[in-house]
Structures are given as structure tokens and as C-alpha cells.
Design a protein around this ligand. Structure first.
Ligand SMILES: Nc1nc2c(c(=O)[nH]1)N[C@H]1C(S)=C(S)[C@@H](COP(=O)(O)OP(=O)(O)OC[C@H]3O[C@@H](n4cnc5c(N)ncnc54)[C@H](O)[C@@H]3O)O[C@H]1N2
Ligand code: MOO
Length: 424
């Protein structure tokens, strides 16, 4: 991880913003630049060798070349008869041409012998073409009795024959480093005889959830206590982005407990809650005292108290406690870092579509806004979600996606064409 203090916050004389408010806020672009600078380049990523059975979804750390042709023999593409195409010339239902069947050929074993003119071998799909034959006549285009074959149709040389290397030629580059392996990629790797692949290690991500008011997942909220929403949400997001989670661990609003939780051997530590300027918002000060607080406070809504820094060479991202802010800050910053650490694209994994604003999307000048919207795929209309405060997580479950309104915009009027990122 490279280290540099590029943001004004880093040099700010009083990094303890508690009960004071943010002296300096960064733009989203500055925060992204800080983050990217603190993510290793693709050549610095940690690698590991894994078995092919675990490879789907992983990111290749090196190019893969094939040392073999696939297939490495000519093979039948139909069940029928291997023969000389020349022997079918002029054949038809009114002109049945007779050939002699000299044997059978099955997948996995070569036919011992050669097909001479006037002869045919009964062959199954996938079996190697016997020497001498140059075409396969499908079973439905002939009749046969005992060892006699009656050809009912003409076929050309090479017909229904799979050629050597038609799938993959020896020496070709099958996949490049950086590719996230699909299920079919694993199939191709297996077909070239590859038992294991070198992939980028999945970053380990510690999830720390702070707040005395929080009850663990699965607990019914009662009294002044609420159930943790951010922990399971963050765990799911980290998994989506290829990270390996530890936690979520619930930690009380206590300096020592939070400091102990920050000290982790994970590559990324996510801290939810206590990111702002309240009396019990310890995480930013702790990070400034024990490591580096590079960014704290961002011109965005929601997510404005987001912070990021490093501690013992590990990336620490302070996510606001309000659940929508937490989701937004994760998606803008934490997810980007985790994807990059795992060799994936920094870009959002969300599909983007074009839509037309059906009622105005409001936005305050000077702040980037993450506006939750409904998107109607039938007419492409985009509508803001009502009751969408940063504490209202159901605004994101009622939404189909979100629109990013830049800081220099006061929003989008009805009829404006906008890009929508879809959650699904
Ligand atoms: N004087 C100021 N006060 C606040 C500011 C500010 O600029 N000046 N920023 C506000 C904004 S914006 C946000 S967002 C919040 C974020 O504050 P924290 O990160 O310190 O979050 P908490 O105070 O711990 O919690 C906020 C809110 O969210 C609930 N919460 C926390 N964690 C969870 C969780 N895991 N699951 C569900 N809900 C959670 C918590 O109970 C609070 O209601 O600060 C504003 N204040
Ligand atoms: O910026 Mo806070 O994240 O709205 O509620």
C-alpha cells in the first residue's frame, strides 16, 4: 500500500472533529483519488494457486496459454457412418448406393484399421474418425441391414467432422490476467488439462459495527435498542465484491474497544457508525492518533461523515451509521477498494440504463447526491423515492436503483435523460 498525505484533512491541525463539525470536507473526486492511491497496483496484488474446482468467480493473476489442441484428433459430430464422401456422390432415395460396414467406432478409442473406398464404419458422436474416412453420414440419411449400408444422400468431404484444434489451438492465449473466471472459463481450463490456476488473493475485510444502541442480527428490537442493519448488509456487499469477511462484530462506543477492533490483520477494516462529530464518535480521532486519517467529511449526501485512512499499513474506512449513508459510502469507496484489492474492476457492479425523469430529482448545490429512484422498464420513467432520509433503509429496498447527481447540479427537471444504476 502506498502512503501519502495528499488531502488537506491529513494536514489539519485538529483532527478531532468531535462536537466541532467538519473543518474541511473533501470532494468525492478527492476522496476517490486518495483511495485509489492507497490501493495496490495490479502488479502488487497478492497471488495464490488454487484448484480449478474453486476457481469460478476468482480473478486470474497470470495469462493462461494452452499447450494442447482441443480436440487433438478429428472426431465425429453426428451418430452415423464414417466413409469416403466420394462414395456418396449421386446418392438419393431413388439411387441408394451400397457400402460395406466393416466395424464400429466409439468415443475414447481409436478404430484399428482403415476405411477403404466402398467401406464404412458405424461411428458415434465424439469418436475419433477412422483413418481413410473423410466424412460422417448421419444415421437418418441412410439405411442399413447387417453389414450393408445404403446411402440415401450425398455429403461433402469434411461434413460432420470436427477438426483438430477447432475449439482451441495449441500455443494460443486462452485467458488474460485480470479476468474474473466464469463457469464456462473453468470448463475451458479443464479442457486444456489445467489442474490449478494462479489467482489474486481475496482481500480479507474486517467488519466492525459500533453503537451501544445495537442488538445483534436476529434480535427483535426492543426499548431504545435497534437491531444491527449495517453488519449483514456490509457482509453481503463485501462478499459480492470478492472480499472475505470477518465479523460483523458488534463493538460498544468505547475508545479502547474500538481501538482494539481497529487493530486487525485484515487488509481492509470497515467501521460502521461513530464516524461523525458526536461525543461518542471515536473512530476518526483514534485513526488520526494511531494511524493516518486521510479523508474525513465528504461533499456528498448521504455519506457526508465518511472517513478513510490507514493503520499499521491497513486501509480503514469509516462508514456512517445511518444505514443508507453506510450503503452509499460503501458503494462509493469501500467496495471500490475491495474490488481493486481483489484484482477486479474498480467500477460498480451495477447495470446502468438510460431513463427519463418523471418528477424532478432535487439536489443541493455543492454536494453530490445519491438519489434513490424507481425505474419503470416499460416507459423508462425515473421517479424519486419518497421518505428517503439516510436513516430509512427501506428507501433502498423500495428503489430499483439510484441516480448520481453531481455536486455542480441542482437536480434534474422532468423530461431530463439520466443514467440509472440498477440494484438488480
Ligand atoms: N452535528 C452534526 N451531527 C451530525 C452530522 C454532522 O455533520 N454534524 N452528520 C450527520 C450525518 S449526515 C450522519 S450520516 C450521521 C452519521 O453519524 P455516525 O456515523 O456517527 O453514526 P451514528 O451516530 O453511530 O449513527 C447514526 C444513526 O444510525 C443508526 N445506526 C448506527 N449503526 C447502525 C447499524 N449498524 N444498524 C442500524 N442503524 C444504525 C444509529 O442508531 C443512529 O440513529 O451523523 C449525523 N450527525
Ligand atoms: O450524510 Mo448523512 O450520511 O445523510 O445522513
Amino acid at each position: 500500500m502506498r502512503s501519502s498525505n495528499t488531502h488537506p484533512n491529513a494536514a489539519h491541525p485538529n483532527a478531532d472533529v468531535r462536537m466541532r463539525g467538519f473543518a474541511v470536507r473533501s470532494t468525492v473526486q478527492q476522496a476517490l483519488a486518495w483511495l485509489d492511491e492507497h490501493c495496490p497496483s495490479t502488479t502488487e496484488l497478492m497471488q495464490e494457486l488454487i484448484s480449478l474446482s474453486d476457481a469460478a468467480g476468482r480473478v486470474l493473476a497470470e495469462n493462461v496459454n494452452s499447450t494442447v489442441d482441443v480436440p487433438q484428433f478429428r472426431r465425429a459430430m453426428m451418430d452415423g457412418f464414417a466413409l469416403h464422401a466420394e462414395n456418396t456422390r449421386g446418392a438419393g432415395s431413388e439411387n441408394r448406393l451400397r457400402l460395406e460396414i466393416i466395424g464400429d467406432c466409439f468415443p475414447g478409442e481409436a478404430f484399428a484399421g482403415e476405411v477403404a473406398p466402398g467401406q464404412a464404419v458405424r461411428i458415434m458422436t465424439g469418436a475419433p474418425l477412422p483413418a481413410g474416412a473423410d466424412a460422417v453420414l448421419p444415421a437418418e440419411r441412410c439405411e442399413f441391414h447387417d453389414s450393408q449400408l445404403f446411402v440415401l444422400d450425398e455429403i461433402a468431404a469434411g461434413k460432420h467432422v470436427g477438426t483438430i484444434g477447432e475449439d482451441i489451438t495449441a500455443g494460443t492465449e486462452v485467458f488474460q490476467a485480470g479476468r474474473q473466471l466464469r463457469a464456462q472459463d473453468v470448463g475451458v481450463l479443464s479442457s486444456i488439462g489445467c489442474p490449478a490456476v494462479k489467482v489474486v488473493q481475496r482481500p480479507r475485510v474486517r467488519i466492525v459495527i459500533t453503537g451501544n444502541e445495537l442488538l445483534p442480527t436476529g434480535t427483535t428490537p426492543a426499548g431504545c435498542q435497534i437491531a444491527d442493519a449495517n453488519g449483514p448488509m456490509l457482509a453481503a456487499l463485501v462478499n459480492r465484491d470478492g472480499g472475505m469477511t470477518s465479523g460483523p462484530d458488534l463493538v460498544p462506543d468505547d475508545r479502547d474497544a474500538i481501538l482494539a477492533a481497529l487493530k486487525s490483520d485484515a487488509e481492509v477494516i470497515l467501521v460502521s457508525g461513530g464516524s461523525s462529530v458526536g461525543q461518542e464518535d471515536y473512530a476518526p480521532t483514534l485513526l488520526a492518533e494511531h494511524g493516518e486519517l486521510g479523508i474525513h467529511g465528504i461533499h456528498m449526501r448521504p455519506g457526508s461523515p465518511t472517513g478513510m485512512g490507514t493503520l499499521d499499513g491497513r486501509l480503514v474506512i469509516l462508514l456512517p451509521g445511518n444505514p443508507v449513508s453506510c450503503l452509499c459510502a460503501y458503494d462509493f469507496f469501500a467496495g471500490r477498494a475491495i474490488r481493486q484489492l481483489g484484482g477486479r474492476s474498480a467500477n460498480w457492479p451495477y447495470r446502468s440504463v438510460q431513463g427519463t425523469v418523471a418528477s424532478k430529482l432535487m439536489s443541493p448545490l455543492g454536494r453530490l447526491v445519491y438519489a434513490r429512484v424507481a425505474f419503470n422498464p416499460k416507459n423508462s420513467w425515473v421517479e424519486p423515492i419518497t421518505n428517503s432520509g439516510s436513516s430509512v433503509l427501506s428507501s433502498t429496498t423500495r428503489a430499483d436503483g439510484f441516480v448520481v447527481i453531481p455536486a455542480d447540479s441542482e437536480g434534474y427537471d422532468e423530461g431530463t435523460e439520466v443514467g440509472v444504476f440498477l440494484y438488480d
